[in-house]
Write a new protein. Structure first.
Length: 287
């Protein structure tokens, strides 16, 4: 009984750690901060006003590195320094930071809209030939965040059937991305997302339902990787295949994960046919 209690406590701590890691990554992306900058900001919110020296001990980071990071955050308006002695580091209000970030992004978008067309026209003038090509191409995408973003763009532009083949564990990771929302938008626009998973227990059905796919089936997957494919996807690629989608705990190795992304018609048709075959032989899950 005691062992079971310890196991539950460990699972809760692990889940909490996973949740914190997810939100820390999301905050880093939104604010354009690296991991240490985000960590320092979150700890300042937690501790309240504190000296840089005490903070470096709190987070177990070299003092000089902490001071440099705080100076950078201070120059960006994310951290303030008091006039007192000793000087205290104070985190800016989260609402204020969000407002500041949105303003910067709006200014960047305005500049792109204003200058972008002129720059593109100049580039076209010096181009030696038409850059468009029908030659099949591929690229390797590194990192779970970049892979998720590419899947989101595929879903945004498809108007046909999209096969999404992956494990239940992988769904639990991608659930915290924008993919569930993009799935709903794709289906509203006339697309059909067919989700094929390896196993779903009855208690996990509500979770899979929240992922957004209208059609879900349980089938034998060709691997533990991830496949997203659409034959009608008006963009630079129609097929994304990842290596083993889950390694260790749910937040390990997210930066080392990689995927193949291609516009090859032959590869797309072959994988789409394979997914169709798996789909037809899979068991229907009533959502």
């Amino acid at each position: 009984m005691q062992d079971l209690t310890h196991l539950r406590i460990f699972s809760l701590r692990r889940h909490r750690c996973h949740t914190i890691t997810i939100y820390q990554r999301k905050l880093s992306l939104i604010l354009g901060l690296d991991n240490l900058e985000t960590r320092i900001y979150l700890n300042l919110l937690r501790t309240g006003p504190i000296t840089a020296s005490a903070l470096s001990k709190e987070i177990n980071v070299d003092r000089a590195k902490t001071y440099r990071t705080i100076d950078k955050l201070s120059s960006n308006g994310i951290v303030s320094i008091s006039f007192s002695s000793p000087k205290l580091c104070i985190a800016a209000d989260p609402d204020e930071i969000l407002s500041l970030t949105l303003k910067k992004k709006e200014e960047e978008i305005f500049k792109i809209k204003k200058d972008g067309k002129k720059i593109i026209d100049k580039i076209k003038e010096v181009s030696a030939s038409d850059t468009k090509s029908n030659v099949p191409t591929f690229r390797i995408i590194q990192g779970l965040d970049n892979i998720s973003s590419q899947v989101e763009r595929m879903l945004e532009t498809t108007t046909d059937i999209v096969y999404f083949v992956t494990t239940l564990e992988d769904i639990s990771r991608l659930y915290h991305s924008e993919i569930p929302e993009k799935i709903k938008l794709a289906e509203k626009a006339g697309g059909t997302v067919r989700l094929i998973v390896d196993e779903v227990s009855p208690k996990m059905l509500p979770f899979v339902k929240r992922f957004g796919a209208r059609e879900v089936r349980l089938g034998k997957l060709p691997s533990k990787g991830r496949i997203v494919v659409s034959k009608n996807c008006p963009m630079t690629g129609k097929l994304l295949m990842s290596d083993s989608a889950v390694r260790g705990t749910l937040h390990e190795n997210v930066d080392s994960e990689c995927a193949l992304f291609t516009n090859s018609e032959e590869m797309t048709n072959s994988i789409f046919t394979l997914c169709t075959f798996i789909w037809r032989g899979a068991d229907v899950i009533k959502m």
